[in-house]
Write a protein that binds this ligand. Structure first.
Ligand SMILES: NC(=O)c1ccc[n+]([C@@H]2O[C@H](COP(=O)([O-])OP(=O)(O)OC[C@H]3O[C@@H](n4cnc5c(N)ncnc54)[C@H](O)[C@@H]3O)[C@@H](O)[C@H]2O)c1
Length: 377
């Protein structure tokens, strides 16, 4: 039996339980838990029966005092790059939550640091590993779609702005300095990751973005809310067009629908499952297949399983790498720029953006203030 992979987790908020569940499912050893709000780390320690696992308020201290193969970063976005880089410099592999980074410059820095350290970094996107996405991948690899020329994603929540309508302990989601943006940085990343991974990580040449914010809210005074609630993106690659219509809040039923059109076949993924549309036996002999495929293992279990194998030296596709994440970061930044200035933006003309060296420290200060004021638990 191989020794268990040792993992340390930073950020013991909402999503940390999903990571901790995967560690348990895969027999990984949790050697440290860290949160600037220490009671949150204590809560997770107790909930998951991690009696021997030390907890830390300071990430640097956890890196110094624990020995781990892997660090999971599950903090607000502004801390993703700084903590990932600190972990790499301390010789750890990193599994970081999505979205990768606040800007292109940070994303590039992570690529460089991972190369220097000779360690692996992945950004989480478990939706890429959903059962129906694996099925779509198989159909595409088998050539069932022919030439793919068009992809569309529609994701609508009726009422679901994190930090506002739900997840009230994570106010940072709607504060641009800390999150980098709204529904695109939150949900858009999953779908970009999913459809780009299915269509071979195309080079996106240009994008048009349009954003909207205008629904009422009842946030306590002094909580910043300056991110988009709805965003529509049109993106071009040489061979395929992509659209993303994304809403955290809308007067529309909750919707999750993806279509991928090819010259031989088309795939739709929606709440009813996986659908394949083609002709069989000649022109106009339409053939539609609908199926649901449940996978007992979660997307996160797949990701950690592959990552553990890669850390042990096996040659496995761990996706989403920092290089792949850069495609998503570039498109996101192009969409925001287009929304701001109007008109189409060529990705080659995009500035890398500037790194704010104080951004993560600001997150830490703010978390502590909000906790002390009883505005988050
Ligand atoms: N909540 C979800 O459903 C969900 C789903 C998928 C991905 N994510 C992603 O996971 C990440 C975390 O989201 P969340 O919902 O768990 O947020 P959260 O606010 O509930 O948790 C983040 C935690 O990180 C801690 N933290 C912040 N900076 C820190 C630092 N420098 N050192 C130590 N701890 C620090 C905070 O105190 C907080 O407890 C985000 O990137 C988010 O996009 C969240």
């Amino acid at each position: 039996m191989a020794e268990p992979i040792r993992v340390a987790l930073v950020g013991c908020g909402d999503i940390s339980s999903t990571h901790l569940r995967s560690y348990q499912n895969l027999g990984m050893k949790v050697v440290g838990l860290c949160d600037v709000i220490l009671p949150r780390a204590q809560r997770r320690k107790e909930e998951f029966g991690l009696t021997d696992t030390p907890i830390f308020e300071d990430f640097g201290e956890m890196l110094k005092k624990t020995e781990s193969d892997l660090v999971t970063v599950a903090t607000p976005v502004a801390c993703h790059a700084p903590l990932t880089i600190a972990a790499l410099r301390a010789g750890r592999h990193v599994a970081c939550e999505k979205p990768s980074t606040l800007c292109i410059a940070e994303n590039k820095q992570v690529i460089e640091e991972a190369k220097k350290a000779g360690k692996k970094v992945i950004f989480f996107s478990s939706r890429m590993r959903w059962a129906e996405v694996s099925m779509a991948r198989q159909f595409i690899q088998d050539g069932e779609l022919g030439e793919i020329y068009r992809v569309n994603v529609q994701f609508f929540r009726r009422r679901g702005r994190p930090g506002v309508d739900m997840m009230h302990n994570a106010r940072w989601f709607v504060d641009r300095e800390k999150s980098g943006g709204g529904v695109v940085m939150d949900m858009g990343q999953y779908f970009m990751d999913m459809v780009f991974s299915l269509t071979g990580w195309p080079e996106i040449q240009s994008a048009t973005g349009w954003t909207f914010k205008g629904f009422p809210h009842e946030l306590p005074e002094g909580i910043p809310f300056d991110v988009e609630e709805h965003c529509t993106i049109f993106a071009r690659s040489a061979k395929c067009s992509y659209t993303f219509d994304l809403a955290w809040i809308s007067n529309h039923p909750d919707t999750r629908s993806i279509y991928i059109l090819g010259t031989k076949g088309g795939i739709t993924i929606n709440k009813d499952g996986f659908h394949f549309h083609t002709e069989r036996g000649g022109p106009y002999r339409f053939c539609d297949t609908t199926t649901t495929w449940k996978d007992k293992t979660t997307g996160d279990d797949h990701i950690y399983g592959d990552l553990c194998r890669a850390i042990r030296g096996e040659n496995v596709d761990i996706g989403t790498t920092p290089e792949q994440a850069l495609t998503i970061t570039r498109l996101t930044q192009a969409a925001f720029k287009s929304a701001e200035q109007g008109g189409e933006v060529r990705l080659a003309d995009l500035p890398d953006g500037t790194i704010d060296p104080d951004a993560c420290a600001q997150v830490v200060r703010r978390q502590k203030e909000l906790f002390a004021a009883g505005l988050i638990k």
